[in-house]
Design a protein around this ligand. Structure first.
Ligand SMILES: Nc1ncnc2c1ncn2[C@@H]1O[C@H](COP(=O)(O)OP(=O)(O)OP(=O)(O)O)[C@@H](O)[C@H]1O
Ligand SMILES: [Mg+2]
Length: 297
């Protein structure tokens, strides 16, 4: 079967997008899925969490990164294919004594300047924002299609805010996950953001509306989190909801924050995420499968 593409996005920063991508990639891979992570955030947090410092430095030096690929394909003469920038078997994490099957198309801090340059160059050529998004989507999609037989899942970590690359991911994704903290500021504007995501999905390759799925993250046993989570669940059951909400909630836990820094160690998947989170990730993987099936129907 062709790989399913999942974009993880929220205009709000620090709500657990990268944590979701890394933990989900490892959970999917632990269930035997060949998983590709595409990092579209110049902060390169997913890249560093998966590849570690020294490998990432090597990949950036070789320009085996998303902006290396885009630069060559949009501005350069030499056309690098996606697979020349994808690093296979990037994870040190094991499951049942096997290395997790995770590949990475990394990002680098240079991506920020590159995005600015692309937008500048293409607007000089009188292209509108939506023409730029469409053009870039075409370039990325052509390469994604070639990778779809090689992977079961492709996860995209988006930068906070709405960058041109976030727009591209949303157009190309089969499912958009919007991690959020269940408090007032984190959910302020969530409805509008999610409604805009559905519209972008409509402009994409598929013509069916695909509502994003909100994932409640960093959940604490405090009143404000309980109230906001209930509010979100009520909004998701309204007559014309802008989003769905996953049943699974990710708790706030020191072990989760620590897990992200376990790069140069070789833990097993369960050691890394702990006996509390590993089963929750399995629940989330099941829910994601159902959501993808529903989106396809
Ligand atoms: N469930 C959790 N429990 C404890 N800490 C968490 C949890 N989820 C995320 N964090 C911590 O919160 C911080 C932000 O998480 P993360 O980097 O995943 O957010 P993000 O949405 O990707 O941020 P950005 O918008 O900057 O890309 C990190 O320091 C991370 O370790
Ligand atoms: Mg992030």
């Amino acid at each position: 079967m062709n790989a399913r593409v999942i974009a993880v996005a929220n205009m709000k920063g620090g709500v657990g997008k990268t944590t979701t991508v890394v933990s989900l990639a490892e959970a999917l891979a632990a269930s035997g899925n060949r998983t590709l992570v595409i990092d579209l955030d110049p902060q390169a947090n997913a890249s560093i969490c998966l590849a570690g410092d020294s490998l990432l430095a090597t990949l950036i030096a070789r320009k085996a990164t998303i902006e290396g690929f885009l630069e060559n394909n949009l501005l350069g003469d030499k056309k690098l294919a996606f697979n020349e920038c994808i690093r296979n078997n990037v994870s040190n994490v094991t499951h049942l004594n096997q290395q997790l099957p995770i590949s990475l198309l990394p990002s680098s801090p240079n991506l920020r300047h590159f995005e600015q340059r692309i937008i500048h160059d293409l607007t000089q050529r009188r292209m509108s924002w939506s023409e730029i998004v469409r053009g870039l989507s075409g370039v990325v999609n052509a390469q994604l299609l070639k990778q779809k037989k090689a992977f079961d899942f492709i996860l995209i970590d988006c930068a906070p805010g709405i960058s041109v690359l976030t727009e591209v991911s949303i157009r190309l994704a089969d499912l958009v996950i919007v991690p959020t903290i269940a408090d007032f500021l984190s959910t302020f504007g969530l409805q509008t953001f999610c409604a805009a995501l559905s519209d972008r999905g409509l402009e994409g390759a598929r013509r069916t509306p695909r509502k994003p799925h909100v994932l409640i993250t960093r959940r604490r046993q405090v009143k404000i989190h309980a109230q906001t989570a209930e509010l979100l669940r009520n909004e998701a059951t309204a007559t014309k909801p802008a989003f769905h909400v996953f049943e699974t909630e990710i708790p706030e836990a020191v072990s989760i924050a620590n897990a992200l820094s376990q790069i140069d160690r070789f833990p097993s998947f369960t050691q890394k995420w702990g006996s509390a989170l590993a089963p929750l990730l399995s629940d989330l993987v099941r829910e994601i499968g159902d959501a993808l099936d529903a989106n396809r129907a």
